[in-house]
Design a binder for this molecule. Structure first.
Ligand code: ADP
Length: 400
């Protein structure tokens, strides 16, 4: 079975074609600048990236370009699009209605459309991608895999905010959480690596990329999560503030900033970038901190402090803790940040192991704490696309 996985942003389409026989990636790529006459396709097969400038005035044209690349006699990997057995779409927001992946039909499209008000930047391009794929590959089952679905098991005490009840009942104000596909993938993979039953495993999973979030997992199910109604809450991120006093927003409005300026500042020029005044990339900050850059050093310190603080909170609400799991660009690659996290978790029994930490890079999984550490800390690379492909395969195979 071959599964085509699609992740549509407002001006980009990311894709991977999987051969589910062995879960290998036949081709993957990115179409940038969708919506323009000079879109750029990066199409990778056999370790070689082919680049091509194309016109892609909309997602439908973009999808056609990608499918042409997949069947191209030179850079393609299949003879005809008929070889595709299922298409899996990443969809950001399913709100309360969606608790798992599902085959796309008119009713599901309606749900995604209804939830545009909760994810105005993400659900519209996700929908555009679905419509484009349905048009280009009409007879193939299409499946939606939602970022929010893994977090649908949060109990009310974790997802409700202490605000007037009708904010929730009328306006749907609650914690939804995001990065769910990543947290689910690393939960399953960590259970496998730890030799635990996935329905019994207790974890704290930390997705540390440009966006950062943490999930408390009890018995394989999410019971709390750091992102909120939007992806702005929780950890310090590349450019997002994470937790702040909500009154700061009103204060800044009273100081003359517009709502749009505050929104822009909290989402695009806060976090590591805002604190350091230098960069949102952890590598730049670690390099600058090493050369005495005080603001970069403080940004790194606050980033790690927030993670450690959340681990403490989740530790107390879980029935037990098999491991803290780190993933995402920073979690998978940054030896110094992982060292600092282990040091911060010493009180909970984590004993960092420098040799192990240095060995677990480049997409490897493994513990970075010493043998016998009371609290194991593991690195488990995420693979959201593979999770989407697996869900798609299961739904297509079951004929659902
Ligand atoms: P996204 O959230 O956009 O998917 P990633 O998960 O790829 O992003 O994470 C991107 C971030 O990972 C970069 O901004 C960078 O800070 C960080 N990163 C990647 N490699 C390293 C590294 N070797 N050391 C430190 N940070 C790294």
């Amino acid at each position: 079975m071959k599964v085509f996985v699609v992740n549509c942003g407002s001006s980009s389409i990311k894709y991977q074609l999987f051969d589910m026989k062995d879960e290998s990636v036949l081709a993957k790529g990115l179409l940038e600048r969708v919506g323009s006459d000079s879109a750029l396709l990066h199409h990778k097969t056999d370790g070689v990236t082919h680049e091509k400038q194309v016109a892609a005035p909309n997602h439908t044209a973009g999808m056609t370009t990608i499918l042409e690349a997949l069947v191209d006699p030179k850079i393609g990997v299949i003879r005809s699009i008929d070889e595709i057995d299922g298409v899996g779409h990443r969809v950001v927001h399913g709100a309360e209605e969606i608790t798992g992946s599902a085959r796309i039909d008119e009713a599901l499209i309606d749900v995604i459309r209804r939830n545009i008000e909760l994810a105005p930047l993400h659900n519209p391009p996700n929908l555009a991608g679905i419509e484009a794929a349905m048009e280009a590959i009409p007879n193939v089952p299409q499946v939606a895999v939602f970022d929010t679905a893994f977090l649908a098991t949060l109990p009310p005490k974790a997802y409700r905010y202490a605000v007037p009840e009708d904010w929730y009942s009328r306006f749907h104000v609650r914690r939804y959480g995001f990065h769910g596909t990543s947290h689910r993938y690393v939960t399953l993979r960590a259970a496998e690596l730890l030799g635990r039953d996935p329905a019994q495993v207790n974890l704290i999973t930390c997705h540390l990329g440009n966006g950062c979030s943490m999930t408390a997992v009890a018995g394989g199910k999410a019971v709390d999560h750091s992102m909120g109604m939007t992806p702005l809450e929780g950890l310090v991120m590349g450019t997002r503030s994470g937790d702040i006093d909500p009154a700061i927003i009103l204060y800044m409005l009273s100081r003359g900033l517009s709502a749009e300026q505050v929104d822009e500042a909290l989402n695009k020029s806060s976090g590591l970038l805002g604190l350091s005044g230098l960069s949102n990339d952890m590598r730049d900050l670690l390099a600058a901190a090493g050369k005495g850059g005080r603001n970069a050093e403080l940004a790194v310190e606050i980033f790690v402090y927030r993670i450690v603080k959340y681990v403490g909170a989740y530790y107390t609400i879980l029935p037990g803790l098999d491991a803290v799991v780190l993933t995402g660009g920073i979690g998978e690659n940054s030896v110094p940040i992982r060292r600092m996290i282990c040091a911060g978790l010493r009180r909970l029994g984590a004993v960092g192991d420098e040799r192990r930490n240095e060995a677990v890079v480049g997409g490897r999984a493994g513990p970075i704490t010493a043998e016998g550490s009371a609290l194991p800390v593991w690195v488990v690379p995420t693979n959201e696309e593979l999770m989407i492909a697996r869900d798609t395969r299961a739904i297509v195979a079951a004929g659902r």
